[in-house]
Each structure stands twice: as C-alpha cells, then as structure tokens.
Write a protein that binds this ligand. Structure first.
Ligand code: AYL
Length: 543
C-alpha cells in the first residue's frame, strides 16, 4: 500500500451478513435454543434463547396489532432487565427504530428525547410510571404506554402482550440494511445538545462481527444444545443497555455467540460482587471506575474469577496504574486486560487492543474493515506515527447520520465518509493508538456523556445567571465532573449552593455540578461571541 498515513486494520475482513440484526439473532438462537439467554441477577427470572425469540415475535406482533407501523419509533426507558433485549428485538423486528433512554432521567429530559425522536410508544417499569405519565402529557405523539410488570393505570402490561399469538410478526418484512434505522441512541457529538444517532442494521450488525472476530476477541461460541458438556460465555451486564456500550458491545454481541447475559439494574457494589461470586463470569465488560473498584477491593473472592478470560474496558481513558492493579489483584497470568475505543456514532467499536502482546495504556488498533487516520488540527493533513492530531475513522459501523440534523451530520462525517471523532490521539510504530485529549466539549462522568450545552441551557433559566460556561474537571473516581463558571447579574444574591441545587432538581444525578460552581466576571469569547471552551478550560484550570 502507498504510504498515505492511513492505518488499515491488520485483521482479515469479517463476515458481513445480509440479514437484519433481528433475523441474525433468530438464526443464531436456533443453534442453542435451550441455553439461558438472559437472567436477572437479582430475582433470577430467566429466558432461554428460544423463549427470547418467541417473546420478541409476540411483542412485535402485538405492536402491529395496536396499529404501529414500520418506521414509528419505540422508546425504551428501562434499566437492565431480561425484557430489555426482548422488547428491543421485537420492535426492531417489525421495523420500528428503538430509542433508548437512561431510566433515571427526569421527565423533562426524557420528554426532550421523545419529542426529538417523534417516539410513538414507550416501554417502562412500574417505578417510572408517574414520570412517564408526565412525559406522555408533554408528548402528544406518544399513543401508548407499556409497562414491564404492573398493572399500572393507563399502561398496557407487557405480560398481556406476551400472550399475543405472534401471527402479525412478518418474517418477510422489507427492511433495508443500509437505510433503515435499527436503534436511535442519543449523543451530543462534538458540540451542542444530544442528537439522535441513526444506526442502521448494517452498522450494528457489522460492529458485532467486527468485535467477535477471532483476531480481536477471545470469545468462545456456545456449543450447540445437544452437546452435554457445552461451554457458554457468561457476562455480567452491569453497564447500562441504554448506552451503546451495554447495548451493542455487551448485549447484542453476547447474544450473537450464545452467551448468558446476567442483568443488574444498577451498579451497587455488594449486589455486583455477589453476582460475580454466583455467576463466575467468563468476561467482564467495564468502564475505568469499575476497574478501579475491583482493583481496590481487598476482600475479593478470587475463586469466582476462575473462568474469567478477558476484562474489557472502554468509554473513557483507563489509567495504566488502575489496569495493573487489577491484574495484580486477580493474579491470573492468562487474563487478557483489553481496552477498546468507540463512540455512539460508530456503533460503537472502532479499536480494540490485540489479544496477545497488548500494550497497557493503549486502546489498541483498528478492528476488522476499519481505517483510522490522525489529522493535523490546522491543515487536515494525515499524520505519521508519533504525531498528535484529531483521530478520524472509516468503516461499515459509522452511523448513517444524526436524526433530522443534516448540519451536525455534515460537520461530523466528511464528504468522503470519514467520521471525525473530536478526540486527539496518536499512534506508534506498531499502529497502536493512544488518547491524548478531547477536542470536543463533551464531558464524561463514569463513562456516561454529559453535554455542557445542555447544562448551560438549564443554568441560563436561573434568574441570577447572566452568562455561563460548563466544562469538565478531572476527578480520580469519576474521570471528570461538570463545573459551571457563572457570571451573576449585578445585584443578584444567589449563592453557589442555590445555583447547584437549581440544576440538581432538573437533571439526572451524573449531570449534577459535582465539580462545583465558580463565580467569575466574564466568560472569554471570540470577537463573534463564540465560547472558547478549550481555551477556557486550560485558562481556568491553570489558575
Ligand atoms: P460515547 N479511552 C479514552 N476515551 C475513550 C475511550 C478510551 N478507550 N473510549 C471512548 N472514549 C471517549 O459516544 C472518547 O472521547 O461512546 C469518545 O469520543 O458515550 C467518547 O468516549 C465516545 O463516547 C467499546 C465499547 C468503547 C464501548 C465503548 C465506548 C462507547 C462510548 C469501546 O468496545
């Protein structure tokens, strides 16, 4: 190849199937129908692969019976539960794109996403019923509410839908792999408010195959159900399914090769450890704070890790010290500590560290069928090894675009199809990549996104706030925490605590201003009034 300073994947091209993600799941599920597909780590409620397949069809059929049509959006406002994959696959199977929402969001936050995506039906849990009633009153397009459990006034029970005959689930439905949206998670991208990320069946289906590629993962495919001594991967699903990491890289990837998914509705240290002790996971998918958590537990029962072959970490920078500490703690010489990199906009995985001779501190190399380049921030020219610039990626997993937002799409994916990540990185002579900094304004709290623009919008509604800028400040436990720099109106008496509380009531817990509120005289801007966030950050943090 010519030296074009593009890093090509060194892996053979993965197989790209021509089915929808749902059809592919049905085919795979028929290979091991009697294995447990998903089990609740708290209650033990579980479904086999065959049951998931059957209930997904019934759920899809019941949606059609209610009058929903291909292209109408279904909103999932659920914690990790066994019914999550069933409802996701069932809706997608009848051509309905699924938008997923963090279930601890406030009614206002949920309503914004439901309105923006034009959602027409919402699935939730009884604990969220009141919030969702409020959401529905703000969203005239929402025609039905469904509850997992119940009964709840105004909601259809999922159990009732599971009684459907399934006959309206059309196996021959026309779904265009490359055009039709499979899922619509939200991401703030490089700037501004969260936007719907249109991921097609081909995007997510390709990414699953890129991840399970034998050159990239140590995964073992479940052996068929008629073999008595069969092997099955076991995943503890503590990372949320509403986020692309938990959804595609854990749940859907696991289902593709017959894993048992054990769901935990939230991270809580004791229930997480108990689940590990009972289930003996073969792989742990984590984010940096969880790697630190495990590494710092003096009382870990090490025998529970005897089947563990891989610890995978992604979504935020993993400190080499935290990684080494956990490896040392577990004392397993054959354990793979693997890092990955990805974005919601790339379904998500673009890089994974090699399965042998991986470098701690690097997030690895391009997965199969993926190209990566690092471009000069001023000239856009692609750079060679050791040089820092914006990382850009190209491959079948790159999103179709942002939902109803051509401008943001064009700013992110250039005319030749390269996705600009907004991250500053470099690669070494062995084509291993390292993160340097984030160019985009996004804040990452425990691996979850926080959009500064969204917090600024909330802050501007406070009567004492004249101007405001939100940035992320480094934090040992969470990675980053949001901090607001506020210019007060003259004579306004509000305290920092008043302002922080005002925000706390309106946003999900991880978005709270735990990095503090700081009063300043003015916010630095360009002559055209544009906020200079990066400059602001280096200026304010160096003071
Ligand atoms: P979003 N190191 C540093 N930063 C990272 C890393 C990493 N390994 N991975 C992701 N990020 C940051 O959309 C980076 O700034 O998706 C990137 O632009 O919530 C941003 O997170 C994207 O945030 C997997 C499975 C990674 C999942 C993911 C995370 C997807 C996060 C690898 O195999």
């Amino acid at each position: 190849r010519i030296n074009d300073n593009v890093v090509y994947s060194r892996h053979e091209d993965c197989f790209i199937h021509t089915q929808t993600v749902v059809q592919r799941f049905f085919d795979q599920a028929s290979l091991w129908p009697n294995h447990t597909a998903v089990e609740c780590g708290i209650t033990g409620r579980k479904y086999t692969y065959d049951k998931v397949r059957m209930l997904a069809r019934r759920f899809g059929s019941s949606l059609v019976r209610m009058g929903f049509k291909k292209g109408e959006v279904l909103g999932l406002v659920l914690p990790n539960l066994p019914e999550f994959p069933i409802t996701l696959l069932g809706a997608a199977g009848v051509g309905m794109p699924v938008t997923t929402v963090n279930p601890i969001y406030t009614a206002e936050e949920i309503a914004r996403q439901m309105q923006n995506s034009g959602t027409s039906v919402i699935v939730t849990i009884p604990q969220m019923a009141d919030t969702i009633r409020q959401v529905a009153s703000m969203c005239p397009e929402v025609r039905r509410l469904i509850v997992v459990g119940g009964p709840e006034e105004g909601f259809v029970s999922l159990l009732e839908m599971f009684q459907d005959s399934g006959d309206l689930f059309d196996d021959n439905i026309e779904i265009d792999q490359f055009e039709d949206i499979f899922v619509l998670p939200y991401s703030s991208g490089t700037t501004g408010l969260p936007k719907g990320v249109m991921l097609t069946h081909s995007n997510v289906g390709s990414n699953i195959q890129q991840v399970v590629h034998p050159g990239t993962s140590r995964l073992i495919q479940t052996t068929s159900s008629n073999v008595t001594d069969s092997f099955q991967e076991v995943y503890i699903c503590v990372l949320p399914f509403f986020h692309i990491y938990g959804m595609a890289a854990v749940m859907l990837t696991g289902l593709d090769h017959g894993a048992k998914l054990v769901t935990l509705p939230r991270f809580e240290s004791e229930s997480f450890l108990n689940c590990v002790y009972q289930q003996h996971p073969t792989m742990l998918q984590l984010v940096p704070p969880l790697v630190s958590f495990l590494g710092h537990r003096p009382d870990l029962k090490l025998e529970a890790f005897h089947r563990l072959h891989t610890i995978f970490c992604g979504a935020a920078p993993l400190g080499p010290a935290a990684a080494s500490k956990l490896i040392e703690r577990l004392g397993k010489h054959d354990l793979l500590m693997q890092e990955g990199y990805g974005m919601t906009e790339s379904s998500p995985v673009t890089h994974m560290s090699p399965i042998v001779n991986n470098k701690i501190g690097s997030f690895g190399e391009p997965v199969s069928r993926t190209r990566v380049k690092v471009v000069d921030l001023n000239t856009g020219e692609s750079l060679g090894p050791g040089q820092e610039g914006e990382m850009c990626v190209f491959g079948p997993q790159v999103m179709k675009g942002y939902y109803k937002n051509v401008k943001a799409t064009e700013e992110t994916i250039d005319s030749t199809g390269w996705l600009h990540t907004g991250d500053i990185a470099y690669y070494d002579e062995q084509n291993q990549f390292f993160i340097v900094d984030r160019l985009k304004e996004l804040i990452k709290v425990k691996g979850l996104q926080v959009s500064p623009s969204e917090l600024e919008d909330v802050l501007r509604r406070h009567p004492a706030v004249l101007d405001v800028a939100v940035i992320g400040v480094p934090d040992d436990i969470s990675g980053e925490l949001p901090r607001a720099y506020v210019v007060k109106k003259s004579g306004a008496a509000a305290s920092k605590e008043d302002i922080a509380e005002f925000v706390d009531e309106k946003v999900a817990p991880h978005k709270r201003l735990k990095g503090g509120v700081v009063f300043i005289d003015s916010i630095p801007k360009t002559s055209t009034g544009k906020l200079l966030r990066r400059e602001l950050k280096s200026m304010l943090l160096s003071q």
